[in-house]
Design a protein around this ligand. Sequence first.
Ligand SMILES: [Zn+2]
Length: 258
Amino acid sequence: MKYSKMAALVLLTVSLGGCGNLLGIKLLAPERFGMDGVAEGVYIETGADAQAVADLRAAMLRAEAAIRAAYGNVVSRPVVHACRTEGCYEAFGGMGSRAKVYGDRILLSPRGFNWHFLAHEWSHAELRTRLNFSAWWRLPTWFDEGLAVSVSEAPEHSEAHWQFLVAQDIPRPGRDELMGFASSRLWMDAVRRYGVTQNAQRRATGAPEVRPVYAAAGHEVRPWLSRVGSAGLLALIEGLNRGQVFDALYPVMARVTE
Ligand SMILES: [Zn+2]
């Protein structure tokens, strides 16, 4: 979920021959840093039992099916690294989040070890693969995240969670505010502002955790995706790749398909 275009760019730059001390750089050589390959492009923390390996393989298939259902077919093949301990996740640069993606390399924490979080990160990788650089750079983060939330069906970001936030009158962004979260920095600022950082405290007091910004993005994009389907999503991608402006494409398509 923690997704940074800048981190992806830095990793890309570093992988092209530079050097750096980013922890995520270790993903370029996972077997040297405590990961075992269990299938082509799939790694799991050394010491994982057979059940965990089987669970990861099943999660890969389920996540791929979710990407295919949304995008019509699957053009990206992200390399997946699954941590079974928090120490592993931190060692590869994960902090606090459940999963993250660096370019086409997905890192799962033990808390994100399921098909939902794999599909979420895979959606980011799939969309990035389908967009040319200019289109990807201009893509609003709220849409990228809302699409990932819709594709992954994670209960933590579901419509039921949104309705819970509404019923409890828990602060959450409205539609116009959500659409202002255009960059990953604005997105992460909003995620923090709307209380994700207080989830540990909420857990400690027995209160349910809240994820208002992800839930808001899902609440916006989920009905859009179900209306326009794969064809509409592919048309949006094509329009962006042709240089059309997102803010013109998205509302027009939403209106046409209503
Ligand atoms: Zn995300």
